[in-house]
Design a protein around this ligand. Structure first.
Ligand code: SAH
Length: 545
């Protein structure tokens, strides 16, 4: 049967993806349907048909799934921050457990079941960080809220059930003070005005709050006034910062931050360690679960007193510092200078004398450490969503530690990187999903890998291209890549540009798009911002690492 756009079909939802889309098969053809739950029987209207799959929306829910609950959020469907507000937390945990397993099986090729997912005691008000875009509504009022799904239209809403309740009061008052002090707000279309985001951070153990105003303008008259007025009302605000971000970008924070009031950081207590957290430094958003995650990582590290521990992608040093008393030496590596500054102070203020922190890209740092003949016994890695660069994977194996513990917020890249490590002499012993982000589609995973005995593995080099091209996702068509970018960013890219970026990554082209600049100097070249979007899509389809 040919599935047609705008026609209605009766379906049963059999699965839900980590993005929260229900999955139904119509005569073998896969259709993704948002805001549905496993077991729902519904009439759906097909709204988009692509080569291998389509999208639909529910027009009538015939029999609701037993997993369904009434969402406690009025803006859930518009916001896109939460993925699973319409199902119970138990059902969400089951899906996350399955997502992690599916990644490890499908991408990693591991036939090992994960340990039982560790759920969060709190599934609301657990976040310690929030970033509210600021703009004007149609009547010229200054508003803060969130961007509507896949757009930059601000939906005014200062409260969110994932965030501390006090944040919404602070945002409301900050908006009033922005207006009272005649501070302009940023207009994204005209690239004019100042305040782009209100960024708040909360340290659960001490109650300290940071208010950081992200501004496209560096010097803001009225900002000191605003700061002194807001701290009068909220004395727990110990830090008011101005972050300068003049770029035309979706990235929230710029590179420079300036102190307006108090200190440049707030202080929390994580796993018994006093930690300073700067505006730009990474800090886990769910502190309670982070402590559970770090303890699991340290358990997997199985450290001995004489060990050298290498903590790669260490942020402000949290994981390594909480294990420093178990080892002879700790070395942390992190790329953000403010985070490394915090990490060094964090070591000092906890009287930890065996820690050293390097501010560098892990890619470069591992080379330096190898050249100095440093031999870590255990390495903990906690990379960003994109996972590890191949140079880091190879260096990990050159260090030949007894154990590698991988902490990751993206099970797909974790599985990919574990596969690469397993092909280079490491064995995945055990892995545990930890839910740091209830109600959202995200899940953290911690993996224990141990070095195989030298005679039990064959050291082979795997060509990344070869790997990617044989994976099933590598078959994304040009249209799928273009649709993905348009759906996510509302940006159109041409097939020619997609071809150029595929070519840049050595994904062989067999058609007429394979003309390099040298062959045809007049050919338009893909602008850098589109290269980034296309690379993101290729990554999404696992066509590049
Ligand atoms: N382990 C820390 C931080 C984990 S998040 C914690 O638990 O708090 C990942 C960290 O990797 C971030 O701090 C980010 O700034 C850093 N990072 C990203 N790319 C990097 C790179 N190429 N080299 C070194 N650090 C990097």
């Amino acid at each position: 049967m040919e599935i047609k756009k705008n026609l209605e079909y009766e379906v049963e939802i059999t699965d839900v993806t980590s993005e929260g889309n229900g999955v139904a098969k119509i005569d073998g053809f896969t259709v993704f349907i948002p805001n549905t739950a496993v077991g729902d029987k519904a009439i759906i209207k097909v709204v988009k048909v692509l080569k291998n799959y389509g999208y639909g929306i529910v027009t009538e829910l015939i029999t609701p799934s037993e997993d369904r609950v009434i969402s406690d959020c009025s803006v859930y469907k518009k916001c896109g921050g939460c993925t699973f507000k319409h199902i119970s937390y138990e059902a969400e945990l089951k899906l996350k457990q399955k997502t992690v397993y599916d990644c490890f099986k499908r991408i990693g090729g591991f036939d090992i079941l994960p340990k039982e997912i560790i759920g969060s005691n709190k599934s609301s008000h657990y976040r310690n960080k929030a970033q509210y875009p600021v703009g004007k509504d149609d009547n010229g009022n200054i508003v803060a809220g969130f961007f509507a799904k896949r757009s930059h239209r601000i939906i005014p809403s200062e409260s969110c059930s994932l965030q501390p309740e006090i944040f919404s009061d602070i945002v409301t008052d900050t908006l009033t003070l922005i207006k009272d002090n005649d501070i302009s707000v940023y207009d994204e279309t005209a690239h004019k005005g100042a305040i782009r985001h209100i960024y708040l951070r909360y340290a659960e153990s001490t109650g300290e709050i940071m208010l950081c105003l992200v501004s496209a303008v560096k010097k803001l008259s009225g900002i000191e006034n605003l700061a002194s007025q807001i701290v009068k009302k909220y004395p727990q605000i110990k830090s008011v910062m101005l972050n300068y971000n003049p770029e035309k970008t979706n990235v929230i924070l710029g590179k420079e931050s300036y102190l307006v009031y108090g200190k440049e950081y707030i202080t929390d207590i994580m796993c018994g360690i006093r930690v300073n957290i700067s505006a730009q430094a990474f800090y886990q958003v769910n502190k309670c679960q982070a402590e559970i995650l770090y303890n699991k990582a340290i358990e997997y590290a199985s450290l001995k007193k004489g060990d050298i521990l290498l903590d790669l992608y260490c942020g402000i040093g949290t994981i390594g510092l909480s294990a420093a008393d178990k080892v002879k030496k700790l070395i942390g590596v992190e790329i953000i200078p403010q985070a490394i500054k915090d990490a060094k102070i964090n070591a000092k203020q906890n009287d930890i004398q065996n820690a050293e922190f390097l501010c560098d890209d892990c890619k470069g740092a591992v080379k330096t450490l190898l050249s100095k003949n440093i031999k870590p016994d255990v390495i903990i890695i906690d990379p960003p969503r994109k996972g590890c660069d191949i140079e880091v994977i190879e260096a990990l194996c050159d260090f030949a530690p007894k154990r590698i513990v991988m902490v990751s917020c993206n099970p797909a890249t974790a599985a990919r990187d574990c596969k690469l490590l397993s092909e280079r002499g490491y064995k995945v012993v055990e892995y545990t999903p930890v839910d740091m982000f209830p109600r959202t589609g995200h899940v953290e995973t911690v993996v224990q890998l141990v070095r195989k005995k030298p005679d039990t593995y064959i050291d082979i080099t795997v060509d990344m291209d070869e790997l990617d091209l044989t994976s099933s996702e590598a078959k994304a068509t040009y249209d799928e890549i273009k649709d993905y970018i348009f759906d996510k960013h509302r940006v159109k890219v041409s097939s020619l540009y997609v071809a150029q970026v595929k070519q840049k990554h050595g994904i062989i082209e067999r058609d007429c798009y394979n003309n390099s600049k040298k062959d045809n100097p007049k050919q338009p070249q893909c602008p850098p911002e589109k290269v980034t979007l296309i690379e993101e899509a290729l990554r999404h389809f696992k066509m590049i690492p």
